[in-house]
Write a protein that binds this ligand. Structure first.
Ligand SMILES: NC(=O)c1ccc[n+]([C@@H]2O[C@H](COP(=O)([O-])OP(=O)(O)OC[C@H]3O[C@@H](n4cnc5c(N)ncnc54)[C@H](O)[C@@H]3O)[C@@H](O)[C@H]2O)c1
Ligand SMILES: [Zn+2]
Length: 341
C-alpha cells in the first residue's frame, strides 16, 4: 500500500492506494458510522462492508441531484445521525461526489471518507476535494471544496468494473502523464497490455502516479485559480463532444486530447511525432481518436463553455510530452483544428 497526503484548506486528507475495503474499520470510529453506496456496488460488495447502516442510491448521472441529496438528508435524520457521525461513501465518482456534498452540508458538516471503487474515481474524482451535484442538467453546479479524511483505492474492486468504465479511467491516466510526466507516459506505452488486464503492480503504479500528479497540482492550487486548470487538458473539446454526441466522458476526453495535441502542433509547441504518440497511446488503451461530427454543433457547445472569457477560452496545450501550458485561444482557432479529426 502507498499513501499520499493532500493538505487542503479544510484539513489533511490521506489517499491510500492498494488498501482494501475489508480493512475500512481501521480508519473509522467504532460507532455512529453511516455508509452511502449505490445499487451496483451494494450488490457486489455489501458482504465486505463494515457493520453500519447503509443508504443505497440509484446509479447514473441523472441521480446526482439535489433530490437525491434530499432523500439522503432524510435518511440521515431518520437514523438520528449526529454531528459526531462519520460518513463513508463506497462507490464510484457519483457516490463520492454526493457523499462529500452531503457530509459537508449535513448539520454544517460531519467528517467523511471514501472507498473509491472505479478507476475514474480512484485517479480523478475522489482526489482533490471537489464535491457536488448537478442542477437542472448543469454538471456539478452546486457543491463545495472539502477534503475527505481518507480515500481508500482498493484495486481489487476494479476487477468487476465493466470494460467501458475502465477505459474512462485510463483516459484520465493518459491525461496526467501527458501534462506532467514523460516517464509515466513511456511506462503506459510499454505496459498497456498488463494495465488493461489490471496486473496488480502495473495498475498500482498507474493509480499511484495519477494520484501523485493530481494531488500535487491540488496542493498548489486547491480552488482552481491557476495551475489546477491544467487538469482540464482535453476537456474543453471533450466536454463539447460529451454534450453534443453523448459519448462517455473518458471517450470524449480521449478525442479532446487528440484535438488539443493537434492545436499544440499547429501552434508550433509540440512535434508531429509526439502528437502521434498521444494518438497511438490512446488507441492502445482502446480509446477513440477519430469521429464523425457536426462541426457547428461542437462549436456552439464550445461557445457555452464555463471557462470561456469573451471570444477566448483558457486552453491547455502541450509543449512536449509531460509538459503543458495554458493559453487563451480564440474560438475561431478551435474551429480550424477540428479538421484534425
Ligand atoms: N469531484 C471531482 O473532482 C470529479 C472528477 C472527475 C469526475 N467526477 C464525477 O465522477 C462521476 C463519474 O464517476 P464514475 O465514472 O466513477 O461513475 P459512477 O460512479 O457512475 O460509476 C460507474 C458505474 O460503475 C458501477 N460501479 C462502481 N464501482 C464498481 C465496481 N467496483 N464494480 C462494478 N461496477 C461498479 C457504478 O454503479 C456505475 O454504474 C461524474 O459524476 C463526474 O462528474 C468528479
Ligand atoms: Zn475528466
Amino acid at each position: 500500500m502507498k499513501k499520499i497526503d493532500i493538505q487542503g484548506r479544510s484539513g489533511k486528507s490521506t489517499i491510500m492506494v492498494g488498501e482494501y475495503l475489508d480493512r475500512l474499520t481501521r480508519y473509522i470510529p467504532s460507532d455512529n458510522v453511516v455508509l452511502i453506496t449505490d445499487e451496483n456496488v451494494s450488490r457486489l460488495y455489501r458482504k465486505q462492508f463494515p457493520h453500519a447502516p447503509v443508504i443505497t442510491i440509484g446509479t447514473g448521472e441523472k441521480i446526482k441531484t439535489l433530490d437525491t441529496a434530499g432523500e439522503i438528508y432524510q435518511a440521515l435524520l431518520d437514523m438520528d445521525a449526529q454531528r459526531s457521525s462519520f460518513i463513508v461513501g463506497i462507490g464510484g465518482g457519483i457516490v463520492c461526489d454526493i457523499t462529500g456534498f452531503i457530509a459537508s452540508t449535513y448539520l454544517r458538516g460531519v467528517p467523511f471518507g471514501f472507498v473509491s471503487s472505479t478507476l475514474l474515481s480512484q485517479v480523478d474524482a475522489s482526489v482533490g476535494g471537489k464535491n457536488g451535484v448537478n442542477f437542472k442538467g448543469f454538471k456539478n453546479m452546486v457543491g463545495v471544496f472539502n477534503q475527505p479524511d481518507f480515500v481508500i483505492c482498493d484495486l481489487n474492486l476494479l476487477k468487476t468494473l465493466p470494460q467501458r468504465e475502465l477505459l474512462c479511467g485510463f483516459a484520465e491516466i493518459v491525461k496526467h502523464a501527458a501534462i506532467e510526466d514523460a516517464g509515466m507516459f513511456d511506462y503506459l506505452e510499454k505496459n498497456n497490455e498488463k494495465a488493461l488486464k489490471l496486473d496488480v503492480d502495473v495498475i498500482e503504479k498507474l493509480v499511484y502516479d495519477s494520484v501523485r500528479i493530481k494531488s500535487g497540482v491540488v496542493n498548489r492550487d486547491e480552488k482552481e485559480k491557476g495551475e489546477r486548470r491544467k487538469l482540464n487538458f482535453g476537456h474543453t473539446f471533450g466536454h463539447a463532444i460529451e454534450k453534443t454526441l453523448g459519448l462517455p466522458h473518458g471517450e470524449s476526453v480521449s478525442l479532446g486530447m487528440v484535438m488539443a495535441a493537434s492545436l499544440s502542433v499547429q501552434k508550433g509547441l509540440l512535434s508531429q511525432k509526439d502528437a502521434r504518440r498521444i494518438t497511438e497511446l490512446l488507441n492502445c488503451y482502446n480509446l477513440p481518436t477519430r469521429i464523425d461530427f457536426d462541426r457547428r454543433q461542437i462549436l456552439d457547445a464550445l461557445k457555452k463553455d464555463k471557462k470561456r472569457k469573451g471570444d477566448h477560452i483558457h486552453f491547455v496545450l502541450l509543449n512536449g510530452i509531460g509538459s503543458c501550458l495554458i493559453e487563451d485561444i480564440a474560438i475561431e482557432e478551435l474551429d480550424r483544428v477540428m479538421d484534425s479529426l
